[in-house]
Ligand binder design. Structure first.
Ligand code: F6P
Length: 547
């Protein structure tokens, strides 16, 4: 398989040439009063303001041409039909089928995946409704009051993001048990009534260590608290592609919801992995999430590349990183409801595109993947924004602001929006030393003192940012926001020529972790090669002991 090397394209030096000729962001903003209109993209449930990116229409044109040269037009169509994008695992990539309307047909290896999805959705609806209406009862005949999702990575971050964003549940309380750190289980379990709790084992592989250990701990906890083995089925359901392993855990077929290998873990929030959303907020809320993702899917598939939200977001961040040289990307939701968005996007972007070889196995020749981090505004302003404004590390940012916050505290929302807009403006324009000095002198400072003080107060600006103005925090908008980023990652992966759908890099640590665990438990460190690790094992055994 030959894969285009973007850096070998004549467009690559042309883009670097653009970067050399472009003035500062402040000058670009001053030169075009209509810049907001020129760089605004309307997409489902949102508008993207790309006017504070350090680019112009020539850069945008050449970036779109780069995407075309990478075959993006055909690739985005293929994302909606049978494909084998995940070459290293020989798997299709079809998370878009999870949101396809009933009746559409997508054949993969002799199976109509839309029918499989619709069947799974019907089972999800029945299960969630039976729990929410109290038809599903625990071992002692009482209705379920708490739901605990046991899962990690993609089997955790998406449902956790959406459940948190939707606020208080209209059904059982939903909790998440992800980390192998016993602190999580130790804090959560005492707060639960075992007779009224339903545990979801969410694991595509049904082999992930953290999930397995947490599930075993929970099963032992239920048994210790008097739930009979035969009644465990009233307290566990599982979501997995690995039905035999789930069955081995002791769950009957009726308690297992399917998942498929053509859904990557980090692309699975709109699959059965979204069950906690349906349980906590109702199946209708989950369906509305699908409506939003579908709307963004269609926009991505059908809109011209030059007016396409996910495409332009991907291109401008590729430009920032590969041409302008930004080193990290801050995701700054001005919405408490989106507090978990940076965590979710870290897996989506960094597990997908943190790759060093292209799809054909040849090394990449430019920086791929993006170091992504962030937290909600305005909290971040009182923490890391100092570094952003006056530090030396180049970054780009993505602000997200819901126009309708879904609460009635209008003054709060005005302040929140004001600070969001202010930060974006200061990132872009900064504040020149001469103007600070003039201001200080006007207030009576001597020129000498004003010059010295101004050097500490000036800020360079010229930091690119996107503002995502989300209509609101309704499930449809959350779905659109999620799909926006899924497709952004896809576009970047296509241009870099990498496989965005495998994650071999996480495997070695898992294997070594198991070897070290065995040595910690047994004291036999013969299998440990690294002398420092051996010393650490000895120290740990001496201080923490073993079972
Ligand atoms: O270790 C990485 C990973 O495989 C992720 O890609 C995945 O989302 C997570 O682990 C959980 O996997 P599973 O759903 O199979 O338990």
């Amino acid at each position: 398989m030959t894969v285009l090397d973007p850096t070998a394209s004549p467009l690559w030096p042309a883009l670097h040439e653009h970067a050399r000729r472009l003035p500062s962001l402040a000058d670009l903003l001053d030169a075009d009063e209509q810049r907001y209109e020129h760089f605004r993209v309307v997409a489902p449930r949102m508008q993207l303001d790309l006017s504070r990116q350090r680019w112009d229409s020539d850069v945008r044109r050449d970036l779109v041409a780069l995407a075309e040269a990478a075959g993006l037009d055909a690739a985005r169509t293929q994302l909606f039909t049978a494909n084998r994008f995940n070459v290293s695992e020989n798997r299709a990539v079809l998370h878009t089928a999870l949101r396809a309307p009933a009746g559409e047909r997508i054949d993969l290896d002799g199976m109509d995946v839309v029918i499989a999805v619709q069947d799974a959705l019907a089972r999800m609806r029945d299960l969630s409704e039976s729990v929410r209406t109290g038809t599903w009862r625990g071992a002692t005949g009482r209705a379920i009051r708490d739901v605990v999702n046991i899962g990690i990575g993609g089997s955790f971050l998406g449902p956790a993001l959406v459940c948190d964003a939707l606020g208080p549940t209209s059904g059982p309380q939903v909790h998440f048990l992800a980390n192998i750190d016993g602190e999580e289980a130790a804090r959560l379990l005492p707060r639960l009534d075992p007779t009224r709790t339903l545990f979801i084992i969410a694991s595509k592989s049904f082999g992930t260590l953290e999930t397995q250990v947490n599930a075993r701990t929970v099963r032992a906890w239920l048994l210790e608290r008097g739930i009979a083995t035969k009644d465990l089925r009233r307290h566990f359901v599982a979501i997995s592609t690995n039905i035999p392993a789930a069955a081995e855990f002791g769950l009957p077929e009726a308690n297992l919801l399917p998942l498929w290998d053509w859904v990557g873990g980090r692309y699975s929030v709109t699959s059965t992995i979204g069950l906690p959303i349906a349980l906590g907020h109702g199946f209708r809320a989950f369906e509305r999430l699908l409506v939003g993702t579908r709307a963004m899917d269609e926009h991505f598939r059908d809109a011209p590349l030059s007016a396409n939200g996910p495409v332009l977001l991907a291109l401008v961040e590729l430009w920032n990183q590969n041409v302008l040289g930004t080193e990290s990307h801050a995701v700054l939701p001005y919405a408490r409801a989106l507090e978990l968005l940076p965590d979710y996007l870290q897996q989506l972007e960094m597990e997908s595109n943190g790759k060093g070889v292209r799809r054909d196995g040849t090394p990449v020749t430019t920086r791929t993947g993006t170091i992504l981090w962030g937290n909600v505004g305005t909290n971040g302003q009182h923490a890391y924004h100092q570094l952003l404004h006056q530090g030396t590390a180049p970054f780009s940012a993505e602000f997200i602001l819901p126009l309708d916050p879904g609460h009635a505290l209008a003054e709060h929302h005005r302040w929140l929006a004001a600070h969001c807009f202010a930060q974006a403006e200061v990132f872009a324009r900064g504040r020149g030393q001469a103007s600070v000095q003039a201001e200080l002198q006007a207030k009576g400072m001597t020129p000498h003192a004003a010059r010295a003080a101004a050097s500490h107060r000036a800020m360079p600006g010229n930091h690119p940012s996107t503002l995502v103005l989300l209509d609101d925090l309704a499930p449809e908008s959350l779905g659109a926001l999620i799909a926006l980023h899924e497709h952004k990652v896809f576009v970047q992966g296509m241009i870099w020529g990498i496989n965005s759908f495998d994650q071999w890099g996480v495997e070695l640590g898992k294997v070594l972790g198991t070897t070290i665990h065995d040595a910690l438990a047994s004291g036999d460190d013969a299998a440990i090669r690294d002398t420092i690790t051996r010393d650490l094992i000895a120290l740990f055994r001496a201080r923490a002991g073993s079972d």
